[in-house]
Design a protein around this ligand. Structure first.
Ligand code: NDP
Ligand code: 2IT
Length: 443
């Protein structure tokens, strides 16, 4: 592999897709040694095959708002790689959604899903729709129109979406309900479903819990624990809130949360029940926390969240939210571990800096794999037409996160003993996908 030439080729073919190019470059950097040492990969043009999505669908989503005006959004669905199983990944509804973002997500998902050890390929979809400020009826009409096209492309053995930014249990319910009307079948086409209609226990909590489990395992390797640790968290959505819940259960303390308006900071620890009430129950803004605790610090500079002192940093909002300056501040303040709850929240130069400093850093495709892992368990339960209890799912989730940790160590441990989790996750994820692609002929 000639990384430079490959990236030039890729940029020409996918002009302006900066997030996609960023994600591909990071994976290729990690695997280039293994790739070049094994000529059987190049002999079958594996690299060219790996970086091209199997299918991309772009579609119009017309819907009517409460005033009766017709609004047009753009829907996307990226089916990246099906070597290990049916396409599996989230759906994102956010005004920033574009093809580059969904291709980066679907590409990453391919390796993440490989790491879980479950039979899932990589996919991702969504729309440039902004759920913020929309009424329930508007969300419903949008979801139904989105599904009017998407249902043709998905199915329990083909492509199984789940939630991501802007898509939670309400949206999954509306999407699933409309799918069922269109195809006249009650089947496991989504994960993250309600637990009374085919969903798995712990799916809602899984990404955040899994993140805390892998962080705890990292600490245990150093004869340390979560007890008494100060944790910086960004975001205040599904991943952030459940990561915080598990951090508190394990004896840590969360001192920050953020949303796109800014962040809150309280060195004594943030009242999680109140944040959940504001964000989960009332779909409000993080600064409303000050109405009850007026002495809490609020700042509109949401990326300054990383300038505070913390033992652990869990970026759980969105891509490229933790830049070089933030990474330098965390490192200077003695942060022991940065584990990515979001997908690609750390910029390339910040990642490079952290790896150079030999800092504790676990990339998203390992650290946030708990969500899709429990999605995989939901698919298993749907296939068997039975339901495991909470404890059973939690035990399996925990085991998967520990296995992912150990896999990263196996493939990422360097000569001086430093574990490069980025390299470990990328190599381990890649090897399985690559072998499956070779086994299946030309794909
Ligand atoms: P939610 O929609 O529940 O929460 C997202 C949070 O991040 C909100 O606080 C939101 O603030 C903030 N945020 C999102 N986008 C932006 C943006 N462009 N600029 C500023 N703030 C932003 O999403 P999730 O918690 O599900 O997802 C968070 C991250 O975790 C994403 O990167 C997602 O891909 C990743 N992830 C999610 C999984 C899951 O199971 N849900 C699994 C694995 C990874 P605001 O409300 O102001 O928009
Ligand atoms: O990024 C992710 O792993 C997700 N949004 C969850 C995907 C899933 O299928 O559960």
């Amino acid at each position: 592999m000639n990384l430079h030439d490959t990236m030039i080729f890729l940029e020409k073919k996918n002009p302006g897709e900066k997030e996609f190019l960023q994600a591909v470059r990071e994976v290729l950097e990690s695997i280039k040694e293994v790739y070049n040492q094994n000529p059987q990969f190049e002999a079958v043009s594996l690299l060219d095959r790996l970086i091209e999505p199997e299918r991309v669908i772009i579609f119009k989503v017309p819907w009517q708002n409460d005033e009766g005006r017709i609004i047009i959004n753009r829907g996307f669905h990226v089916e990246f790689n099906s070597a290990l199983g049916p396409y599996k990944g989230g759906l994102r509804f956010h005004p920033s959604v574009n093809l580059s973002i969904l291709k980066f997500m679907a590409f990453e998902q391919t390796f993440k899903n490989s790491l879980t050890g479950l039979p899932m390929g990589g996919g991702e979809g969504g729309a440039d729709f902004d759920p913020k400020g929309k009424s329930n009826n508007e969300i419903l009409r949008f979801c139904q129109s989105f599904m009017d096209e998407l249902y043709r492309h998905i199915g329990p053995e083909t492509d199984i979406p789940a939630g991501d930014i802007g898509v939670g249990s309400r949206e999954i319910g509306y999407l699933f309900g409309h799918y069922k009307r269109l195809v006249n079948r009650f089947e496991g086409v989504f994960t993250g479903k309600g637990t009374t209609w085919g969903g798995s226990w712990i799916r809602k909590e899984a990404t955040g819990y899994g993140l805390a489990y892998i962080a705890r395992k990292f600490l245990e390797e150093q004869n340390d624990s979560m007890k008494g640790k100060t944790v910086l968290i960004s975001g205040a959505g599904n991943v952030a809130l459940h990561a915080a819940e598990k951090v508190y259960q394990l004896g840590g303390k969360v001192v920050t949360f953020s949303d796109s308006d800014g962040y809150i900071y309280d060195p004594k620890g943030i009242d999680l029940a109140l944040v959940k009430d504001i964000k989960e129950v009332n779909r409000g803004r993080i600064k409303e926390y000050l109405e009850k605790f007026p002495k809490t610090t609020f700042s509109e500079k949401r990326n300054d969240v990383w300038k505070h002192k913390g033992d652990i940093a869990l970026p759980c909002a969105t891509e490229n939210e933790l830049d070089l300056e933030a990474a330098q501040a965390l490192y200077k303040n003695g942060c022991k571990l940065i584990a990515e709850g979001a997908n690609m929240p750390t910029t390339s130069d910040a990642t490079e800096f952290l790896l150079q400093q030999r800092a504790g850093f676990i990339p998203g495709k390992a650290a946030n794999a708990g969500g899709v892992a429990v999605s995989g368990l939901e698919m298993t339960q749907n296939s068997m037409k039975l339901m495991w209890n909470r404890e059973e799912v939690d035990i399996r989730l925990h085991r998967i996160m520990v296995d992912i940790h150990d896999t990263c160590v196996k493939y990422g441990k360097e000569k001086d003993g430093y574990v490069n989790y980025v390299k470990g996750a990328n190599i381990a994820g890649f090897l399985k996908v690559a072998q499956a692609m070779i086994d299946q002929g030309i794909m």
